[in-house]
Design a protein around this ligand. Structure first.
Ligand code: CP3
Length: 338
């Protein structure tokens, strides 16, 4: 289903999966995570990562599984210390100079990420043939924000200052990431991923010229390299929060599908984006959490506006951890039955 839509077919009902469909809102995830210890241990344990990848498929019958991992396995595999602290989120030893960049390398990249590939192979073997398996990576800009800021940020002061004051030096970091992300995406394909999604969650903090340089260009190169080797593998791009720049992104990057965040109006998606691109999105995860009549109306509105052209139903960002699993069940019925 998902693959047919990504190749341009119109399906009714549209294929459905949700960003962060495996995660803390599911009691069975919380149980498995307790067994694993910390979050990165869970990401690097192929048996447990397989189990949590399949949990939402068993519960809801989504059309695609997304491999359970994280965008920050890339800095970890490049040799930057990454920790997930309870109640804080990711904490990294910040990279602030070209000297810091030189301490990172690709030497142990594939070895470190091997558990992800093992999990992909195990998941593919267990999924029914009609359910697609999505591999993913963070896009260079978004991964760089975590690497330079040392974790999540509200201001992005350090990374923005570096990118503008010393764009040649910062580009060394982007180059390193482009290479690592391309290798990681291709290895996921070899292991059994049938689609690659590139998450650029912080694309929305870039001004237009920076957006072109740090978001569009690297994503275009990564996509071209994947497609050069694996022409049949669709690539989905998610440049969250980029507003009208979604149009440039869809036109210039070469991705097969753009994943739209929940701030973008449906009539604009319909008029400006959908004639040129397959789109995925864009229910507000807060509305899913809220449930009730508002959820019913939003799902109807999204389907009414977008399902006459190739369209993948998804959220406009990841499921919120305190979402009631029964709201997700209701969403599945609303998308599939109406
Ligand atoms: O189900 C899926 O979508 C697959 C798994 C997945 C995770 N993270 C698991 C996860 C995916 C695709 C991601 C992507 C990811 N990771 C992004 C891009 C998408 C987005 O949300 O914008 C980003 C920015 C990250 C980095 C990250 N990972 C942060 C900032 C955090 C801490 C904040 C938070 O949500 O807890 C994580 C942790 C994380 N990644 C969790 C999960 C299930 C929660 C970990 C836990 O406490 O169990």
């Amino acid at each position: 289903m998902l693959l047919r839509t990504l190749r341009g077919e119109i399906l009714n009902p549209p294929p459905l999966w949700l960003m962060r469909q495996a995660g803390r809102y599911l009691p069975e995830y919380m149980k498995t995570r307790e067994k694993a210890g910390n979050f990165l241990d869970l990401c690097y344990n192929p048996e447990l990562a397989t189990e949590v990848t399949l949990q939402p498929i068993k519960r809801y019958g989504f059309d695609a599984a997304i491999i359970f991992s994280d965008i920050l396995v890339i800095p970890d595999a490049l040799g930057q210390k990454v920790e997930f602290r309870h109640g804080v989120g990711p904490v990294l030893k910040p990279i602030r100079s070209e000297k810091d960049i030189r301490e990172l390398n690709h030497l142990r990249l594939e070895e470190s990420l091997n558990p992800v590939y093992e999990a992909i192979a195990q998941v593919r073997a267990k999924l029914s043939p009609g359910v697609s398996l999505i591999g993913f990576a963070g896009a260079p800009w978004t991964v760089a924000t975590y690497m330079v800021e040392g974790g999540s940020s509200k201001t992005f002061n350090n990374v923005k200052a570096w990118a503008t004051a010393d764009s040649r030096g910062f580009d060394e970091l982007i180059k390193l990431l482009k290479e690592a992300i391309t290798i990681h995406a291709m290895n996921q394909v070899v292991a059994g991923a049938e689609v690659i999604q590139l998450f650029d969650s912080w694309a929305g903090v870039l001004s237009p010229s920076e957006f072109d340089k740090w978001c569009i260009k690297p994503v275009k190169e990564i996509t071209a390299r994947i497609k050069n080797k694996y022409p049949d593998i669709p690539v989905i791009g998610f440049p969250k929060g980029c507003g009208v720049n979604y149009k440039h992104y869809a036109e210039k990057t070469g991705v097969d599908c753009v994943s739209i965040d929940y701030t973008v109006p449906l009539d604009w998606i319909d008029e400006a984006l959908q004639p040129g691109a397959v789109v995925q999105g864009n229910l507000d995860p807060y509305i899913l959490r809220q449930g009730g009549a508002r959820l019913v109306k939003e799902v109807q509105d999204i389907k009414g506006a977008l399902d006459q052209r190739p369209f993948v139903f998804n959220l406009g960002h990841g499921i919120l951890p305190d979402t009631d699993p029964s709201n997700v069940e209701e969403l599945v019925e609303l998308v599939r039955i109406g």
